[in-house]
Write a protein that binds this ligand. Structure first.
Ligand code: 1HE
Length: 269
């Protein structure tokens, strides 16, 4: 299978930068519209995350230009297009195509969240493997107030993050979460004191030091195994571990532990 060149992709809504250590920085680049996701932006996400697993990328830092991560579905386009039920269903399937490629692609995606992470923006964030927020970040599902319903996976991934009762409350009331409370509830795994971009970049650099096959198993493996019965998941986990834990590239790391040159796991790590 040929390697993919992500920098050759015809992207219009996402800008790409080469980060340090094999990290690809993907920037939602429509700040004048608060990075609302129009059909073109969704196709960009599909194109990008289709190529990432074959591009030698060790981690993706997904961040946003401007003050807001993402305002969700492009409501102006949706109003203008006056879509049929079938047309909107097919559009939602493209959202799922993009987000499933992100979640199951086997390359860690670290999202740097700021400002509005709302509606489809929260659905996008929830497909990342690690979310880093900062003091400006807030989360909401305002679809109910707009006469709409979520169509990009909130019923699945947001409920996995924060549970069904809170998700339903957010959908019904438009409730907004932020700050320490949002961190505690599980919207993100990190809350930066400074910029989420900076902390997410640090997290991505750390993740990128793992062997790619380990990261493949951790990211796509955990998601797939969660979809199985416990019986089948334990079988599949053993098979995955058989492949990953005998990879030749791991031998040097194991040797370093055995000869005591590798760092130990300490409480202040
Ligand atoms: C947009 C969008 C959008 C901004 N679609 N154009 N999502 C929402 O309901 C969120 C809707 N947006 C907002 O509540 C606010 O725009 C924000 C809180 C995100 C930002 O506020 P603010 O004051 O900084 O910006 P603004 O003045 O509201 O918007 C600036 C521009 O961005 C303006 O365009 P302009 O041409 O008039 O300058 C806005 O129209 C544009 N803009 N948000 C289109 N969402 C698969 S189903 C998913 C279902 C959903 O995601 S529903 C959407 C939920």
């Amino acid at each position: 299978m040929p390697a993919a060149d992500v920098f050759a992709l015809p992207l219009t809504r996402i800008a790409l930068h080469e980060g340090a250590g094999g990290v690809l920085e993907a920037v939602l680049n429509r700040p004048e519209k608060r990075n609302a996701l129009d059909a073109e932006a969704v196709e960009d996400l599909v194109r990008l995350f289709d190529a990432v697993p074959r591009a030698g990328v060790r981690a993706v830092l997904l961040r946003a230009a401007g003050d807001h991560f993402c305002a969700g579905l492009d409501l102006v386009e949706h109003h203008r297009e006056d879509r049929s039920p079938a047309a909107f269903m097919h559009l939602c399937l493209r959202w799922h195509e993009a987000f499933n490629k992100m979640e199951y692609g086997g390359v860690p995606v670290i999202a740097a969240l700021k400002g509005a992470v709302v509606g489809g923006g929260l659905e996008l964030a929830s497909a990342a493997h690690i979310r880093v927020a900062d003091a400006s970040t807030y989360y909401a599902l305002p679809e109910g107030q707009r006469g709409l319903f979520t169509g990009g996976g909130a019923t699945i991934r947001v409920t996995q993050m924060i549970g069904k009762p809170r998700t339903v409350d957010m959908m019904l009331t438009g409730r907004v979460y932020r700050g320490q409370e949002a961190l505690t509830l599980g919207f993100s795994q990190y809350l930066a004191e400074g910029s989420s971009d900076d902390l997410a970049r640090e997290v991505a650099a750390k993740v990128a030091q793992n062997l790619p096959l380990s990261n493949f198993a951790i990211t796509s493996g955990v998601s797939h195994l969660q979809n199985m019965s416990a019986l089948d998941a334990s079988y599949a986990e053993a098979v995955l571990a058989g492949v990953v834990n005998t990879q030749p590239d791991a031998r040097a790391r194991l040797a370093a532990f055995a000869d005591k040159s590798a760092p130990r796991v300490r409480a202040d790590d």
